[in-house]
Design a protein around this ligand. Sequence first.
Ligand code: BGC
Ligand code: NOJ
Length: 829
Amino acid sequence: MQYGYFDDEAREYVITRPDTPYPWINYLGCDEFYGLFSNTSGGYCFYRDARMLRLTRYRYNNVPADAGGRYFYLRDGGDVWTPSWMPMKSALDRYECRHGMGYSKISSSRNGLAFSQTSFVPLGDNCEIHKVILTNESKAQKNVDIFSFIEFCLWNANDDMTNFQRNFSIGEVEVEGSRIYHKTEYRERRNHFAVWAVNVPINGFDTDRQSFLGLYNGFDQAKTPFEGKANNSIASGWAPIGSHHIKAVLAAGESKTFVFVLGYCENPADQKWDASFKDFISGKSGNKGVINSKVINKTPANALLEKYKTAEAADTALAALNVYWKNLLARFTVDAEDKKMARMAGVWNQYQCMVTFNMSRSASYFESGIGRGMGFRDSNQDLLGFVHLVPERARARILDIAATQFPDGSAYHQYQPLTKRGNNDVGSGFNDDPLWLICGVAAYIKETGDYSILDEKVPFDNNEALADTLFIHLKRSFYYTVTNKGPHGLPLIGRADWNDCLNLNCFSSTPGESFQTTANFESGIAESVLIAAIFVFTGPDFAEICRRTGRADEAESAEKEIAVMIEAVNQHGWDGDWFLRAYDAHGKKIGSRECDDGKIFIESNGFAAMAGIGAEDGRAQKALDSVKEHLDTPYGIVLLQPAYKDYHLELGEVSSYPPGYKENAGIFCHNNPWVTIGETVLGRGNRAFETYKNICPAYREDDSDLRRMEPYVYAQMVAGKDAPHFGEAKNSWLTGTAAWTFVSISQYILGVRPVYDGLLIDPCIPSTMKNYTVMRHFRGADYHITVDNSAGIEKGVKSITVDGNALDGDVLPVFGDGKKHEVIVKMGV
Ligand code: BGC
Ligand code: NOJ
């Protein structure tokens, strides 16, 4: 069953009933201030770091309940209801939620009172705007009470939900007119505060949770709206909230608009307090919540609220956001008969790539925002799907990531977004990490032609004294793999490779121990065929970069190492019908027909095919045929088969999951596009597209009761065929699936691929796809590419014309002239 539909024109997903099978969310913000926003106005917001600077509270283990958000309680006569459905689950006459590019809009009505809430983070300002419109659609006057509601988080989200002995005593607020300030810890070491304001005079307020809700009540039973009168409570400790009470009289047919702003403000350390404030003793100042004769210096809040004090100003900011996204997405658009593919590739997949680039794996409805920082491997992969949108930000990110690399080429697995320093909790030793840096930098250079990034001086281990050029970082990455090989000449796996759960040096028998950070010994034996394939895929980029920067000798040495690695895979990485996955710490094969469970894995097969290993002698083809035979399902390709039934001490976390979930034979979508790309390398467009489609959410929109996750974004995992809930997705939004799928569809299926000298045209499509067009912005020009496949083939370009002239070869040149160029591609043999 379907819970909504795509509005392609508006680039919105329209949810038509509030009780979706799971909260279906959107992300507000694309720079420093972010909000997670569910289809019932649940979620929270933060400035830069979801753990350290969280403005509003969100609860541990709270989904799907989704309690907490920006709520509006309406009291229409005696009838109290919440127009976003939650938290009261109010019966609504009408409901709709439109999730768009960086904004969401909820509209509903009940008994002739219509409500709409448009929520977004404006470009360049650190706040959420919620524009609320009430319309009296009835024939009689309505007297409506509006109660806004948010609950403040005491900034550090981890402390907020664990350290009650302190928290219940530290909450502080200040109220001035229609502005509620949250200033917990401002008196001591914080120079920032939050403000929750509305642009009209209010009739009352609450800042103390218990006063507003009533003792023992949840958000669904807030007492104040039923009483119809705010308490003007000033929070002191316990739980600070922000609630405005507005009385609105609406004549028949009349609308009223309110602009609510939730902002983050900072003051210089020596200007924290308002020097002009004198009137606290008489109480005439209107300030409530005065501490030690001081009130906050509100200069930054005044500026922010002055800017957004009218509905017109909010509309202008939203229009600017729309233009921003329109321009961004104009950099790659698709027009094709297959609308599902076109809308995913042209809009939603790229949107998700922006979100994963911004969030890494920190804050979603499956990632708490308090744990993981930015991943070395994750962020390098995320930028593959983002670099065409905002190349400058990808460049900056690359330099941040590289600065956390160790001098020997290995890397901190994660770093913290606020400090940009490597994170010791997780440490290093994930031996695939270094290679992803080469992959990310190569993608950046191919997109931009900017080789100057290689000359940037970048610290090692965040230590300026150890800084060297980015080129040297790449070289250390490359040679880290070369110098860390095991008995078969294959790369040592370390704590894990891309598959975080293949922990071959862990041997953990203690419950609760982290599989990723517990290494009982480093065997010096356990090897990864996947890392070998990643090396063969991305190593040639290192060689090419050497050659193009006048380092021909370096290039040759690198190519020799790649040849040695290919030979090692040929000798020791092939199992007869597919590629092996690894050798364990005892030198035993993993992913072999000799194994009882885990005979075949997806990753090494997809990546080897992608890297072209075995392309000439039929092994790549055989490997992908085996993948299809043993691992394929209608919902995507499972990670391995047969699923591990028992826990294997020598394998680690992979065997800890019940069969069919996560890395133990779940459909781990991230690696599916590797097979897709591998299929295009073999020229099998029909199969490539099938693997693309099977994990693509838009094709499962009408199956939402089973899939449960948002139909407009990829999920990290779909339960595999061994699981009781086969086909159910989990962990939507923050996954490397976004970037890799965008690479697979845009570069390898539709075949518009940035290379060092221009845009390579190399489609590999289903034979039934007769034509399509792609508009691609590339290095300062627009390429309007029309592909004609009336021949009905899967791969092969017969001719290309550019602006009417025949092109020699298949690489569109770099024009950089700000103009639009017409490209006609005829497929054929
Ligand atoms: C998950 C992996 C994740 C790892 C690191 C594991 O429990 O299954 O997907 O990468 O933890 O946090
Ligand atoms: C999610 C992690 O973020 C990613 O780094 C890893 O490759 C996959 N899980 C597979 O384990």
